[in-house]
Write a new protein. Sequence first.
Length: 271
Amino acid sequence: MLLKRFKSSGVPKTNLGTRFSNLGTRLSNLGTRLFISFSYGNYLPTHSYSYKVRSRDSRYEVSLSERSQDSHYEVCLSGRGLDSRYEVSLRNALILILFLLSISLSATDILTLKGEAVQGGFLIGELSEDVEQVFWNYEKVNIFNHQFIMGFDRDEKLRHIITLCEKNGEMHNLTITLTPREYYIQKINKIQKKYVKQPTDAKLTKRIDDESELLKIARKSINNNQFHYFDRFIRPIENGRISSSFGNQRILNGVPKRPHNGIDIAVPEGT
C-alpha cells in the first residue's frame, strides 16, 4: 500500500516544510504507527538517501532524494499492515525526514579532518569561519580558534555523525566511520593469585588514586577553551623503549584485566 508520494520542483524549503507538516497531521489522524530506524547511504551525485523502516511482521521503505541544482525533492513512504502496535508515529517519521531535508549533504568545503579515524585514535577538525557550532553525535563540541578535537576510546563504536551549524542557519550532516583496531592481548596462566588480585599495598594504592585524580582533571580540561592538544606530543624522555601501548590487555589465569589506558616508556631505574 502506498501511503503518500509527494514531489516538488523549485519549491522553497519553508513551503515544503508546511506541506509536509500538514501531510504529517493528516496521516497521524489515521492512528497509524510504525518503528523506524535510519540507515544513511553514501554521498551520491544525486544526493540520494535510503532509510529502512521495519516492524515485527513487515518491512517498510522510506526513501528521500534531493537534487540541489533544480531544487527537486521527493519523499516516498510505503508500508502494509500498519496499526497501533508500533512505537513511532508516521508523523514523527515525516518530521525526521523534514529535518534531514533542511541539512545540506556536502560539508567538505567548510570542514577539514586531520588524524586517524580509528579506534583509539583522534581527529582534529579545522573549520571555516562560517561555522558557528559543531555537534558530535548530537552533543555540542567546544571550538577554539576554528578547531575542535575528538578522541576515540579503545572500543569506540564505529559510526559517528558530525553536525555543522553555520552562522546563516545552514546545517550540514557528515557520517564518519572508524576503522576497527586490533590490540595486543597477552595471556598468562599458572601465575600466583597475588598478581591477579587488585593491589593492597597502601603506597601503591595511593599512587594509583593520585594518578586517577590527575587524569580526571586533565579530561575535564577538554571541555574548556584552553586547548593544548593541537601541538605535537612531547615525550617525557628522549630515549627509552615503549614497553606497553594504549589498549594492550593482559588475561591472567583466565581473568581479563583492565586494558592499558596510556603508553609506558621503559628506562633504567633512577633516570
